[in-house]
Design a protein around this ligand. Structure first.
Ligand code: GDP
Ligand code: MG
Ligand code: ZN
Length: 292
């Protein structure tokens, strides 16, 4: 039968077969043939009893994420809180670019909407601009469980990774989606104290509604993946419909005259905030190009 590796521990692989989890050894021949085994790998298993089996083969991967190391990820869920901690839109855009550049389509989830009544906390207008980026946006509350249906639907039948800063409620969301899970959650200060020494072993969590989710600290590198300067605009989806109007082919929408993207920003058809982030990232990409 086939399954997905959801955890590696103590030399064993835990394989989810849709109705159970089998603790499996792997044939030495397969390990030699296929190299590193990753969480997310699709495998063929031979059950030896109700709880144990042997991995007979590993199927080819569709994607391979380096950090966190997970195979066959089909979607990232980029989570920010509308407040506490204050959302950082440039970091959100960085996650959006990193995910797309890794070949993984992102969805956006804004958590802690129960705090929306708290005027001093929230800057919802900034976050509302993300409704226009072409990525699905879910406004939820892990605390009250409000409006989780859309997110639950998006997770169904796929392998997803959660990404987002510490304290935005990634683990809380999974606990709410999957009662009984009881992942550790906590306040931000205690997390910072625990620091970088916590082991980052990756694990996929099977959801009752269908789907597998990795609760990870997110893309741990803040650097943009290496890319050509011309590629960056492709990760700002709402630029696409204006690009044909640029005077120069290969326009970087930066200092070129006759740029239709900049004109759209001036008219307010493209968010000025998003455009500013594009210009920041463009400088980074060009700087990296110079170094290599
Ligand atoms: N008010 C509110 N607090 C939340 C919500 N979700 C999580 N929290 C709190 O935010 C803190 C961090 O949550 P946690 O799930 O550990 O965040 P993670 O670091 O992203 O996994 C905890 O104190 C949670 O109780 C929410 O929807 N509303
Ligand atoms: Mg967590
Ligand atoms: Zn242009």
């Amino acid at each position: 039968m086939d399954g997905v590796i959801i955890k590696a521990y103590g030399g064993f692989y835990f394989v989810w077969t849709r109705d159970r989890i089998l603790k499996c050894a792997i044939r030495g021949k397969i390990r030699r043939l296929r190299g590193q085994v990753l969480v997310g790998d699709q495998v063929i298993v031979q059950p030896v009893n109700d709880a144990e089996g042997v991995v007979e083969d590993i199927l080819p991967r569709s994607t391979e994420l380096a950090r966190p190391p997970v195979a066959n990820v089909e979607q990232s869920v980029i989570i920010f809180a509308i407040s506490n901690p204050e959302p950082n839109p440039v970091l959100l855009d960085r996650f959006l670019v990193q995910s797309q550049a890794s070949g993984i389509p992102p969805v956006i989830c804004f958590n802690k909407n129960d705090l929306a009544g708290d005027a001093e906390h929230v800057k919802p207008d900034i976050l509302k601009q993300y409704e226009k980026t072409g990525q699905p946006v879910f406004w939820v509350s892990a605390k009250t469980g409000a409006r989780l249906d859309g997110l639950r639907e998006a997770l169904k039948g796929r392998i997803s990774v959660l990404a987002g800063p510490s304290g935005v409620g990634k683990s809380s969301l999974l606990n709410t989606l999957q009662p009984g899970l009881e992942l550790k959650t906590g306040d931000i200060s205690s997390k910072l104290k625990r620091g970088k020494h916590t082991t980052r072993h990756v694990e996929l969590i099977p959801l009752a509604g269908g789907g597998l989710v990795a609760d990870t600290p997110g893309f741990s590198s803040m650097h943009l993946p290496s890319m050509h300067r011309e590629d960056l605009a492709g990760y700002f989806n709402e630029f696409a419909k204006f690009e044909d109007g640029c005077k120069f082919k290969g326009c970087l929408h930066n200092r070129e005259p006759g740029c239709a993207v900049k004109a759209a920003v001036e008219r307010g058809d493209i968010s000025a905030l998003r455009y500013r982030h594009y210009v920041i990232f463009l400088a980074e990409v060009m700087e990296a190009e110079r170094r290599y």
